[in-house]
Design a protein around this ligand. Structure first.
Ligand SMILES: *[C@@H]1O[C@H](CO)[C@@H](O)[C@H](O)[C@H]1NC(C)=O
Ligand SMILES: *[C@@H]1O[C@H](CO)[C@@H](O)[C@H](O)[C@H]1NC(C)=O
Ligand SMILES: *[C@@H]1O[C@H](CO)[C@@H](O)[C@H](O)[C@H]1NC(C)=O
Ligand SMILES: *[C@@H]1O[C@H](CO)[C@@H](O)[C@H](O)[C@H]1NC(C)=O
Ligand SMILES: *[C@@H]1O[C@H](CO)[C@@H](O)[C@H](O)[C@H]1NC(C)=O
Length: 507
């Protein structure tokens, strides 16, 4: 383990260097440090948000082409900061924000779009219907920010995309806003571009456990992603300023997505446990606060054998989704393999049997994550992703229990239409009786979450579940062996096929 111990520093160094290089390459009018671009759209001067982050003024001209700068008249108390939400650029026709990186193309970036639906320039919030495209990919289509915010019970929205700028024409990042018709307008309150480490999304090409490769291979170097969920499981929300790797991600609480009343137990790490990132898991994978808290099924083996710890995540139908599950054992006495071993089910299919976090990670306080790929049925509307954990008693582990520390869900661009756009989420039905288990408090953060309301009556048809786990461990593990159904029979009433990718060691 001696040589492995020196590797995390190397990874950190690489990240620091790539961010620094990106910074020197940024010669746009922006003043932000570290290669970031933050535009406070519609603002005449640069400003600092409540997190201490600097946002540049909006240089776009106020003209027919550039639209007009406008301000919101009412500041919703749940806005995290007046900047960038209280000003907007309002566009009557298509307009492109163009970001260039002359000295060095940044490779993969997070592109974040900030929306605060309000009345701007005398126009009703509900009249803003528009599309957004970047790097040849449709990010949003006929986007109704008002409806989306209403459906999510949020005052504002952050839409986060991951794009490979190198692959885009000329290495520029053009972000185009287009009103859906003459009667409608487009608006945006803030745009943020954050360079991300090269290896963050691109993984070795997975092979199916039963041989062959998925056709078409859904993840390429230039595949665009959208972050749909990013949850600090068993922990509290993490604000952008508290994220690791200077990536400014938001991590939300997981409790609103837990199915039914069986919440398990959430807990922090023992105070004498130190989170130590192994070489395969650079610190930017997730901040310590994500790994340092967890949710498990609970202390009672008999209770645990009688339920699945389940998260239900509404998503747009018809896309591939990359699920990233973050694990870390953080409490004594779990320090050895075969103490806590469990199944990971995705959409009622076995994504992984024999998941043993200690065996994968190498010890207590050592983070590890595993990726799974899910294919949802073609179609409009929303569908539910089910992620469930259940004890795997086959190897007679010491505890009949399961654990999860973090959960990310990314939507992958389609290639036939080069799109990430889904429908606006349906509004919740106020008259629906409901069992109360899905009632949620008004969210402070409107980030990322897809429409919960869609879950209620949503189509739960998943023609093919296609799962992969290239867990980032240096050990080969028997966890790779999972059930691959022999007779896939596509139907409309549930998942019919699960592919499990073999676990691949990652250097
Ligand atoms: C957008 O959504 C809002 C809120 O649901 C609605 O009032 C408005 O009519 C919608 N706009 C259009 C053009 O459908
Ligand atoms: C971006 O795309 C280019 C060209 O397809 C590829 O060579 C490069 O590895 C990609 N970068 C990342 C970070 O995926
Ligand atoms: C750490 O603390 C826990 C309880 O707080 C205890 O059970 C465990 O033995 C301690 N471990 C070490 C290595 O000190
Ligand atoms: C999983 O199974 C439950 C119980 O049978 C069912 O209600 C649910 O719709 C299934 N979920 C999916 C995504 O198929
Ligand atoms: C847990 O979920 C799996 C997969 O959907 C299912 O086969 C199993 O019956 C469930 N177990 C319990 C106790 O609900």
């Amino acid at each position: 383990m001696a040589s492995a111990a020196s590797l995390p520093r190397l990874a950190l160094l690489t990240l620091a260097m790539s961010l620094a290089a990106a910074a020197s390459g940024d010669t746009t009018t922006t003043t932000t440090a570290a290669g970031l671009i933050r535009v406070n759209c519609g603002a005449a001067v640069s400003a600092t948000d409540s997190d201490g982050r600097t946002w540049d003024r909006d240089d776009a001209p106020s003209s027919t082409a550039g639209g007009v700068a406008a301000a919101a008249s009412y500041e919703d108390p749940s806005l995290p900061s007046a900047v960038p939400y209280m000003t907007a650029r309002v566009l009557d026709s298509a307009y492109t924000y163009s970001f260039s990186f002359p000295a060095r193309r940044p490779g993969r970036v997070f592109l974040r779009l900030f929306f605060y639906p309000a009345s701007y320039a005398g126009r009703a919030a509900g009249d803003a219907i528009f599309g957004v495209a970047a790097g040849g990919v449709t990010l949003l289509r006929d986007f109704n920010a008002s409806q989306t915010a209403l459906a999510l019970n949020a005052a504002y929205l952050v839409r986060e995309f991951s794009l490979n700028v190198t692959a885009a024409a000329g290495g520029r990042l053009d972000v185009t806003f287009t009103p859906s018709s003459d009667a409608h307008y487009a608006f945006v309150n803030g745009i943020e571009v954050v360079p991300v480490p090269a290896d963050m999304a691109t993984k070795p090409v997975p092979t199916l456990a039963n041989g062959g490769r998925p056709d078409p291979m859904p993840i390429r170097a230039d595949t665009a992603f959208q972050t749909v969920y990013r949850l600090n499981v068993g922990g509290t929300a993490v604000s952008p300023g508290a994220d690791s790797g200077l990536l400014y991600r938001s991590w939300d609480e997981d409790s609103p997505y837990i199915y039914g009343a069986a919440f398990g137990v959430n807990y922090p790490k023992d105070s004498n446990v130190t989170i130590r990132y192994p070489a395969s898991v650079p610190p930017y994978a997730a901040p310590e606060s994500v790994y340092a808290s967890a949710r498990s099924m609970g202390p009672n083996a008999q209770v645990n054998l009688n339920y699945n710890l389940t998260w239900i995540l509404p998503v747009d139908a018809g896309f591939y989704y990359l699920l990233r599950l973050h694990f870390c054992e953080i409490q004594y006495p779990i320090t050895k393999p075969n103490q806590r071993v469990f199944y990971v089910y995705v959409n009622n299919q076995t994504a992984q049997a024999g998941m043993d976090v200690i065996a994968l990670s190498g010890g207590i306080g050592r983070p590890v994550f595993a990726d799974y790929l899910v294919v949802t049925a073609p179609g409009a509307g929303q569908t539910d992703l089910w992620v469930a954990l259940y004890p795997d008693v086959k190897t007679s582990p010491e505890y009949y229990d399961a654990i999860l520390n973090g959960l990310e869900v990314f939507k992958l661009q389609t290639y036939d239409t080069n799109s990430l756009a889904g429908p606006n989420p349906p509004l919740p039905d106020d008259n629906a009786a409901g069992d109360g288990s899905r009632a949620r408090p008004k969210k402070k953060s409107g980030a990322f979450v897809a429409g919960w309301a869609g879950a209620a009556g949503g189509l739960v048809a998943v023609l093919m579940g296609c799962l992969c786990a290239w867990a980032i461990c240096r050990r080969k593990t028997k966890a790779a062996i999972a059930d691959v159904p022999k007779n896939p029979a596509p139907g409309l009433h549930g998942p019919t096929e699960t592919y499990v990718f073999s676990v691949t060691a990652q250097k």
